[in-house]
Design a protein around this ligand. Structure first.
Ligand code: NAD
Ligand code: DAU
Length: 356
């Protein structure tokens, strides 16, 4: 089987569902169940003998070592992380704890397991570290897109902690020969994304009649990728990527935040005729240190491994809006008291401050 960390989060849960739909091979999902996790997301797998869930923290060396010994996975796909930039601004240490120390601890447990394997299994073993384009910092409007040769220039506590974990993964390849692969992906969207991130937040706020809080002028650019395309890229890199290499993954879909929000309002308006969702758009105080533009050149992945995204941004957004309309119960479940506390913390002051 393969070991997936963070499989109860947004991308990890989509990855596990897609994996089990396409492979006979099983999955061991190791997740600490933080606020970002919803174990019910994978309830459909409860009776699938190929799926095992264990609640554990990647920073718990003994627990992770015991899982390696018991299940002897042939590969690790490492998603587990604190993933929200705004939360990293309010509380950076949790990000250092999980993303840096947690990844280091996981790598150590993995190294001990891997070094004890017979030669053929050791050669076939893979550790795929899932990272982000944010480690490369911010692009100007006319700068070329990020490539594997781009310099690391993280600007937020989140991206700095992810950069730290990327460097550790790289070091384990160079120092110990652990067969590490690193992927750096652009902004994902799609079903099962926690409504703290731009797209699901705008959908759930729009439907609830709440303000749609656009940070600053809303002209920041992100390169959006439908989550199942990210999952297919990871499967391909796991299958055929060269250890020690970085692979950038993107959607060829650079779009400003304002355009994303207006498109969501139009899609919702088509499904709820008579409602003017765009009237709810509210410019609020900007994110401190806000990166202006991310964009990915994924030609290495396309050239070497034949991967391209399949979903267009237009069709992916329409599918995403429909998923949230069809899953009101899932949305209600994740909007717990802790979620409402976060919304108050992040938006309370902002909604009183108009963007300059
Ligand atoms: P998420 O926040 O939705 O899910 C993270 C999951 O990790 C949760 O299930 C959580 O319970 C688990 N987790 C957190 N700390 C843990 C710990 N100490 N031990 C075990 N489990 C823990 O995140 P996501 O959006 O699905 O992102 C997954 C990965 O992909 C992250 O590494 C992130 O940096 C990376 N990434 C995300 C995006 C994106 O747009 N969402 C883009 C590129 C890369
Ligand atoms: O680029 C990859 C990264 O994309 C991942 O590594 C991160 O885990 C993921 O969270 C995402 O980071 P962003 O900061 O780009 O995503 P977020 O959805 O938080 O914000 C997208 C853009 O929308 C960003 O420019 C900030 C803006 N925004 C966000 C929120 C939540 C708003 O204008 N209003 C909001 O309420």
């Amino acid at each position: 089987m393969i070991l997936v960390t963070g499989g109860c989060g947004f991308i990890g849960s989509n990855f596990i569902l897609d994996w089990l739909a396409e492979h006979e091979e099983g999955v061991l999902n190791v997740d600490a169940l933080t606020y970002a996790a919803n174990p019910k997301t994978l309830a459909s797998l409860a009776d699938d003998p190929r799926y095992v869930f264990v609640r554990a923290d990647i920073g718990d060396r003994a627990a992770i070592a015991a899982l390696f010994a018991q299940y002897r996975p042939r590969a690790v796909v490492h998603f587990a992380a604190e993933s929200h930039v705004d939360r990293s601004i309010h509380g950076p240490l949790a990000f250092v704890h999980t993303n840096v120390l947690g990844t280091a601890t996981l790598l150590e447990a993995c190294r001990a397991h891997w070094q004890g394997l017979p030669a053929a299994e050791r050669a076939a073993f893979r550790f795929l570290h899932v990272s982000t384009d944010e480690v490369f910092g911010s692009l100007g409007p006319n700068e070329p897109r990020f490539t594997e040769a781009s310099q690391y220039q993280p600007n937020s506590p989140y991206s700095a902690s992810k950069a730290g974990s990327d460097h550790l993964a790289r070091a384990y390849f160079h120092t110990y020969g652990l067969p590490v692969l690193v992927t750096n992906c652009s902004n994902n969207y799609g079903p099962r994304q926690f409504p703290e991130k731009l797209i699901p937040l705008m959908i759930v706020n729009a439907l609830a009649g709440k303000p749609l809080p656009v940070y600053g002028d809303g002209h920041q650019v992100r390169d959006w990728l439908y989550v199942s395309d990210h999952c297919s890229a990871i499967r391909r890199v796991l299958e055929a990527g060269r250890p020690g290499e970085l692979y950038l993954i993107g959607g060829d879909a650079e779009t400003t935040n304002l355009d994303v929000v207006h498109t969501l309002c139009r899609l919702l308006g088509e499904r709820r005729p008579g409602q003017d969702f765009a009237a709810q758009i509210t410019h609020v105080a900007d994110r401190p240190g806000h990166d202006r533009r991310y964009a990915i050149d994924f030609s290495k992945l396309e050239r070497e491994l034949g991967w391209r995204p399949r979903e267009s941004f237009a069709s992916g957004l329409a599918r995403t809006v429909q998923w949230y309309l069809d899953h009101a119960e899932w949305v209600a479940e994740v909007q717990s008291g802790a979620y409402r506390d976060w919304v108050d913390k992040n938006y309370g002051a902002r909604l009183g401050v108009a963007a300059s």
